[in-house]
Design a protein around this ligand. Sequence first.
Ligand SMILES: Cc1cc2nc3c(=O)[nH]c(=O)nc-3n(C[C@H](O)[C@H](O)[C@H](O)COP(=O)(O)OP(=O)(O)OC[C@H]3O[C@@H](n4cnc5c(N)ncnc54)[C@H](O)[C@@H]3O)c2cc1C
Length: 470
Amino acid sequence: MTTPDAASNYWVDSAGDAAARPPAAGRHEADVVIVGAGFTGLWTAYYLAGIRPALDIVVLEAETVGHGASGRNGGWVIGNLAGLERLVGDMDAPARRAICAQLADNVDQIGRVTAREAIAADFHKGGTLDAAARYPQQVAIQKAHRAALIELGHAPEDCLWLDGPALAERAVFRRGYGALFFRQTATVHPMKLVQGLARAAERRGVTIHEHSRVRYLAPHHVITDVGAQFGARHIVQATEGYSGELAGLGHRVLSVRSLVIATEPLSEAVWARVGLAGRPTFCDASRMINYGHRSRDGRLVFGARGAYPLGGAPKQDHAISSADIELRRRLLLDLFPGLPADLAVTHGWGGSLGLSRRFRPHAILDSKTGLATAGGYAGEGVAASHLMGRTTAELIAGQDTPRTRAPWAHRDVAIDALLRRWEPEPLRWLAAQTISASYATEESLLRRGYDNALARAVMRANDRFAAIIE
Ligand SMILES: Cc1cc2nc3c(=O)[nH]c(=O)nc-3n(C[C@H](O)[C@H](O)[C@H](O)COP(=O)(O)OP(=O)(O)OC[C@H]3O[C@@H](n4cnc5c(N)ncnc54)[C@H](O)[C@@H]3O)c2cc1C
């Protein structure tokens, strides 16, 4: 059952009233102007104001704090990075392990800061059931995934393999053949986090203007849609999947749409059948991506099946159709046999995430022009934006830290030189359609029990696609 008015964002509904901030007006000089009040922009502001309290830091947000992906994501805080193998590929084993230790600590640091700043963002570190195998063929793939994580530098004790019965003790999936339990993952209420972070940055002296869309961005100078102007030594572009045409970043960080639903709070009897008692996040091994978690108030928050829209323009209107909601409700019912057939969905919403052509996250400072940017999280940006925002702050402050020495940090590099442009349309759209169709074919063959040469060939092809885009 889907309620007819379900198309709304659960995180917005449950975050409480947000502070309203006035738009920018007039002409100003600042030290640092940050464009975008999502996690990246706000973590940059928060850390920079902590390191250099005397700096005049201004954040300009086109809509309201958390309007972008930061206020509408699945709430996973992942102790890993999308594209990590590309970042650490050339490093030796001890260096890779040091990077993975940073990624684990990055999750804990978000917990520490939320506690220190009294941000009630429901931070909970329950680990993740990463890619439950629901067909026998997926077991070998997921075991190989576990081995690859350890080879990349994650601690073996953080990457436990659970066979079918051990998995069932944590979550009762329909056809749960096994899963990796990765310990370094937490959950948050993302809207409470982004709003609390904005207030924490303001307490450190940062100024935030809402309804202040930057239309012109050049070294040391930005102009908003109503003509407010700022001169600054550094301009940080933190617009990720909402970059659009601004200074050409939209051609370099692509906008991909992703949709999420939230159910009504489930009864203890239902939770007893579903599991997830420790509130780990979960996903299955489908390449179509089905992921979720049990919220603090006992709902399932569940996302599935993003899409790349032709042209890649970010959507500002995030309402989704009842058909979109119903598809995800059915996927959820298929995943957990313990859910009631009349499971009610109370919320459904969408958002845009950013994918860089290098398929890895970045924090870049071009010291010559004073321009900086961070992003490219490929849908895994809640923890990554904290790391990249902190790194960007340290780069601007001229610090030498484990983060500024890490492979995601780039000092003295022109943004255009590092971030390649995506191929022109319709090539991008056609590639996205081809990959989606191939993933759907694999899903359909597995579901129908095929274990033949065709199924294996499709899975091999999809392994190659995944190696390119993940
Ligand atoms: C549906 C969905 C589910 C997701 N689930 C997860 C998850 O569970 N775990 C995870 O790790 N990641 C997830 N992600 C990704 C994660 O949310 C993002 O990577 C992260 O929030 C990016 O933060 P950001 O600050 O870089 O960008 P955003 O939060 O998108 O912020 C960019 C901001 O820039 C503003 N802006 C844009 N243009 C201008 C302009 N010209 N002038 C002024 N302001 C401008 C926008 O309005 C926006 O507020 C998900 C994303 C989506 C969409």
